[in-house]
Structures are given as C-alpha cells and as structure tokens.
Ligand binder design. Structure first.
Ligand SMILES: [Fe+2]
Length: 186
C-alpha cells in the first residue's frame, strides 16, 4: 500500500499551472535542451544569457503500475530559440499500447505528434481544448503564444517514457515564428 492506494485530492492552480504539494517537480532549462532545436548557436546564446526555464512538470508519485493513472500539470514558458518556439523534449511511451490525454487550461500552442513510421500530426492547444495522443504516437508540446502554455495530462501509470529516435531524428516538422500564423517547416 502507498499513500496513493487510498483516495485523495489535490489542488491545481489553472492560472499558474502549479500543483499543491507535488511529489516531483521536473524543471527543464535551456541547458537541458541541447540537441532539440534547429539552431544550436541560438540555444547557446540563450544559455549564456541566464539559462531560462523552458518547462516545469508537477506530479504526484502515483505507483507506476497497471490500473493506476499518472497525471501532471505542465507549464511551458513562451519564448523562441532563434525562430523556433520553445518546446518540450517529447517522448514515446515504453509500454507502446498506452495513450495520453492533454487538457489545455491556458496559453496557446500545439501538441506535435509522430509515429516511428513517419506519420505526424499537429493539434492546436488552447484554453479549453483537449488533445488525445493515441498509443504509438510520440508527443511534444510547443508554445506559440506569449503566455505560459499550461496543460493537465493523464496517462496509464505503467506507461514509462521512451525518448527513442527523438534525440537523433527529432520530429518531422518544426514550428517556427510566422505571421499571422506559426509556420510548420520540415
Ligand atoms: Fe506521455
């Protein structure tokens, strides 16, 4: 038995994305994102100028076994590396037959998804929109707005994280600054 084999509740602030009393807080700064952007020189300049936070994830330590659900609050800051909007690393799930759902509660951007066989999709994220990442689809958040992109996510607790081919191959599209709409480029 863990604390989480009995019912509980937790507060989350939709304005800031912060969860009350999280068990884990994952913080990714610019320096944690080497290899993920099209313009490494721009990333190094950003690191040298204060190494800003890119995103934070707040979680409870739900047991990572089948039957439980893991959930998180994710807060991705606005900004660009060169012309490319701030993004999360993205991942597949180790257990491939597990999905994930994201509910955007603030900000705007995309959930960019891909499969190992080359399919891709970019679903818009904005306050009140839910996006579903089916089994086998790697997923990454991208903030194209001027406010933090805040989302609540839920997935099977045994799913695990697998960065797979993302570090070497990235995603089939990048999302770059554009007017009036962001540009999706190969
Ligand atoms: Fe996931």
């Amino acid at each position: 038995m863990s604390n989480y084999d009995v019912p509980f509740g937790v507060g989350v602030d939709f304005e800031t994305g912060v969860m009350d009393n999280p068990d884990r807080v994952i913080t990714r700064r610019a320096s944690d994102m080497r290899g993920y952007y099209a313009n490494p020189e721009a990333l190094e300049a950003l690191i040298a100028s204060g190494d800003p936070i890119h995103y934070m994830v707040y979680e409870k330590a739900i047991p990572e076994r089948q039957g439980h659900l893991l959930f998180c609050m994710s807060v991705l800051q606005p900004g660009r590396v060169g012309n490319e909007y701030f993004l999360t690393k993205g991942h597949y799930h180790t257990e491939v037959d597990t999905a994930e759902t994201y509910l955007c509660v603030g900000g705007r951007g995309y959930l960019l998804m891909k499969t190992e066989d080359g399919q891709w999709a970019a679903e818009k994220m904005e306050k009140g929109r839910m996006v579903y990442a089916p089994p086998l689809w790697a997923h990454r958040s991208i903030n194209t707005g001027s406010e933090p992109l805040i989302s609540f996510c839920v997935y099977p607790a045994h799913a695990g994280h697998n960065y797979g081919d993302i570090q070497t191959q990235g995603f089939p599209r990048r999302i770059m600054q554009g007017e009036p709409e962001p540009r999706l480029v190969k």
